[in-house]
Ligand binder design. Structure first.
Ligand SMILES: [Mn+2]
Length: 371
């Protein structure tokens, strides 16, 4: 019997539909098994990572989380972020700082809408967690009489020791904030917008906008994830604002600025001082140069120097300039002999492009003249 053509086609179409349906069914069942497996694995990891806190046992009193002295943005952000993680886990944890914040950290805190941590004068008898350092010399006063229960750091192993078991997490990453981010992931705790803003600022600060040689893939991944939570779509602009804040000397006296990065040398029997400052653009550099000249002339007398120089640097994005400011006629002639036609005099400063580092360019050049 001859099969009707139309019936044959209907059978073929039905067959194809059946094959597709079976295929899809299998796929959905398969992906479901995979998703469940992944969730179980994630939950298991979270449990494993949380158990290290159980291992600390009953902690009496508050846990203080501190970064190093002369706090920078990584230190300040990590003390807040890690204390916040511990609070999420049910601990009584408070971030502290060991000194005055720099202008960059103040800017990042303001962007995050958070207050600066309180100043800790003495750590004797307190539960302490150290972030971004592990040296007694850099840490809280009387730390050897404190109960150190954790160290989260990206430097070498420092001098701090403890007889108790502790959480120690040292990794060679670009910033401690990246380690704190990994710990948030491992604990399965969400990061809020404010803390994410701080941690993003810390990573960008320590890695110089992910450009420094210390930057790792983990830092890039952390910065990407945190910028999304923080709602910072343009991290370059965010970093520029941080940098601008860092190099602004608002509220500092000229003398504080002059001595903030100041070194003395003895070259060819002459006492020479060279101070470095930063500026964002040439207008600011010219203003700083004039102010530094007056301060430098006074400082030259009080410090018993023969010659003094101020170097004002502009170094970011595509700008690379140095302003060399001499204190007197002798310093002027040294600069002219050392740098010749590579500099242009504007009445206060000898301007050199590209920028010249004090250590590797400026000092060798004036040594060549004075010796
Ligand atoms: Mn750091």
């Amino acid at each position: 019997m001859k099969m009707n053509n139309r019936v044959r086609w209907i059978l073929i179409v039905c067959l194809i539909i059946s094959i597709i349906a079976i295929g899809f069914g299998g796929f959905f069942i398969g992906s479901n098994i995979e998703a469940n497996h992944y969730k179980a694995e994630a939950d298991f990891n979270i449990q494993l990572n949380r158990s290290e806190l159980d291992g600390l046992g009953e902690i009496e009193g508050t846990i203080y989380v501190t970064g190093h002295k002369s706090p920078d943005t990584d230190t300040v952000s990590c003390s807040i972020a890690y204390a916040s993680l511990l609070r999420e886990m049910g601990y009584d944890a408070v971030p502290v700082v060991l000194g005055k914040l720099n202008h960059e950290s103040e800017f990042v805190l303001k962007e995050a809408g958070l207050e600066a941590p309180m100043l800790l004068e003495d750590s004797k008898g307190l539960n302490m967690i150290l972030v971004d350092h592990s040296e007694y010399a850099q840490s809280a006063n009387n730390l050897n009489e404190a109960n150190v229960i954790g160290i989260i750091d990206h430097h070498g192993v420092g001098s701090v020791t403890t007889g108790n078991p502790l959480i120690y997490d040292g990794r060679p990453l670009g910033s401690t904030a990246t380690i704190v981010w990994i710990r948030y992931m491992n604990y399965g705790v969400n990061i809020d917008r404010q803390v994410a803003t701080l941690m993003l600022g810390a990573i960008l600060s320590d890695t110089k906008n992910l450009q420094s040689g210390t930057t790792t893939n983990a830092d890039r991944q952390a910065a990407k994830a945190l910028s999304e939570i923080a709602g910072v779509s343009d991290t370059d602009t965010f970093y520029q604002k941080m940098y601008k804040a860092l190099i602004s000397y608002d509220g500092m006296t000229d003398e504080e600025i002059f001595f903030s990065d100041y070194k003395e040398y003895e070259i060819g029997g002459k006492k020479v001082s060279v101070g470095c400052m930063n500026a964002y653009d040439e207008e600011i550099a010219r203003d700083v140069a004039k102010r530094m000249k007056e301060t430098m002339i006074k400082a030259q007398v009080s410090r018993g120097m023969d010659l003094s120089f101020s170097i004002i640097q502009i170094l970011h994005d595509d700008i690379s300039v140095s302003y060399f400011v001499p204190s007197n006629d002798e310093a002027r002639s040294v600069l002219e002999a050392a740098f010749g036609d590579s500099v242009i005099y504007d009445g206060t400063s000898y301007i050199r492009k590209p920028y010249a580092s004090r250590k590797s360019v400026f000092i060798p050049a004036i040594k060549g003249v004075l010796k």
